[in-house]
Design a protein around this ligand. Structure first.
Ligand SMILES: [Zn+2]
Ligand SMILES: [Zn+2]
Length: 360
């Protein structure tokens, strides 16, 4: 197939005042793909809580504040319109439906990369922070790191899977929970949480306890397969109900899909012997230790705590296959790109349910 004509310039949304919830619509030059890159015509982009975090400079551990006029976004779906030099034999062809993830690019040969931990690669780049992200009509990406999108998965459905779905699958794997085990998902009605409930219950054979605000119970239990639900705004004690549901044992795994300090601390209390707490949510602002994480807590119950930042290339392909088979389906609201400011304001106020995907 011949290259599609692409314009000289296109529309993008930028963080015009990093540190604040503020985006601006601008026109930017459409890039030419360089060696090994493809140019993608983006049609959809999910809006992730991490985009919000990068926009407001919430992550202390990051090397520098977000640049003024950075184009954000890292859950982009579109199709390839042009191949850069060196891609004559590439399996990625013009017209292919592809996705851009949080990790834009990784070296693929360092110790972290070769064991499938590309998010820990020392030279990896993040879409919408190091590189222009997916809140725009066109972007370039490395041909060997874009995610193929199966024909059966609608584009607006594919977008949230590229980050939220990938995070969910990877974190569940790291919990080491086995079929029949209980797993607690803290933040079960959020972007990552609601997909984690689906994958856990429908693909991995786990029994799910969802914890979130009462208004999210319907989504978590009816649509996402959780067996039990604890409304965090209706009780100060979320640990006792978990113990009761699990016959006094505790859960094999806890996914902490929120950045709230209380959630990290409660999560450890919910674990059974040999249990694993998986840190998925990013702590914002000044970094604080987990309140109750004493050495003895881990020693006497042989507990583990593990971090899980997004996931790897292979897991992204696997989560797309789960979507193709109808096992995972994101709860999506589609809005125009021009709504991005309002989407971030609602995210800031904690008002969003499931995922918002922008139609570009
Ligand atoms: Zn994300
Ligand atoms: Zn690497």
């Amino acid at each position: 197939m011949r290259s599609e004509p692409s314009p000289m310039s296109h529309t993008a949304m930028v963080y015009d005042q990093p540190g604040k919830v503020s985006v601006k619509r601008v026109t930017v030059e459409t890039p030419e793909p360089t060696f090994g890159q493809v140019l993608i015509r983006l049609t959809h982009s999910g809006v992730c809580h991490s985009d919000h975090g990068l926009m407001i400079n919430a992550w202390e551990r990051y090397p520098r504040p977000t640049m003024v006029n950075q184009i954000g976004g890292h859950e982009g779906v579109g199709h390839v319109v042009r191949l850069g030099p060196g891609l004559g034999d590439s399996p990625v062809k013009i017209g292919d439906r592809v996705g851009v993830k949080f990790i834009h690019k990784a070296c693929r040969i360092c110790r972290a990369c070769v064991v499938g931990a590309e998010s820990c690669c020392a030279t990896m780049q993040i879409s919408g922070y190091y590189t222009p992200g997916t809140f725009q009509e066109y972007c370039v990406a490395p041909a060997d790191y874009v995610t193929p999108i199966p024909d059966e998965v609608p584009r607006h459905q594919a977008a949230p899977l590229l980050c939220a779905g990938l995070c969910a699958l990877s974190a569940l794997r790291k919990s080491c929970a086995a079929p029949g085990d209980w797993i607690v998902v803290l933040g079960a009605g959020g972007g990552v949480g609601h997909l984690a409930c689906q994958i856990a219950s429908r693909s991995l054979g786990l029994r799910v306890i969802g914890v979130d605000f009462a208004r999210k119970e319907e989504l978590v239990v009816r649509s996402c397969g959780a067996e039990a639900f604890i409304a965090l705004d209706q009780t100060d004690d979320r640990v006792s109900p978990v113990m009761k549901i699990t016959s006094g044992q505790g859960a094999a795994g806890v996914l902490v899909c929120t950045g709230a300090d209380s959630a990290f601390a409660e999560g450890l209390e919910m674990l059974r012997f040999n249990g694993v707490a998986v840190v998925v949510g990013v702590q914002e602002g000044r970094e604080r230790p987990i309140a109750n994480a004493s050495p003895n807590m881990f020693l006497f119950k042989q507990l583990s705590i593990v971090g899980s930042s997004v996931g790897n290339y292979r897991e992204a392909v696997e989560v797309m296959d789960l979507a193709r088979r109808g096992i995972v389906k994101a709860h999506v609201t589609v809005e125009p790109l021009s709504n991005l400011q309002s989407v971030f304001e609602r995210m800031d106020a904690g008002e969003l349910m499931g995922k918002v995907v922008l139609n570009i």
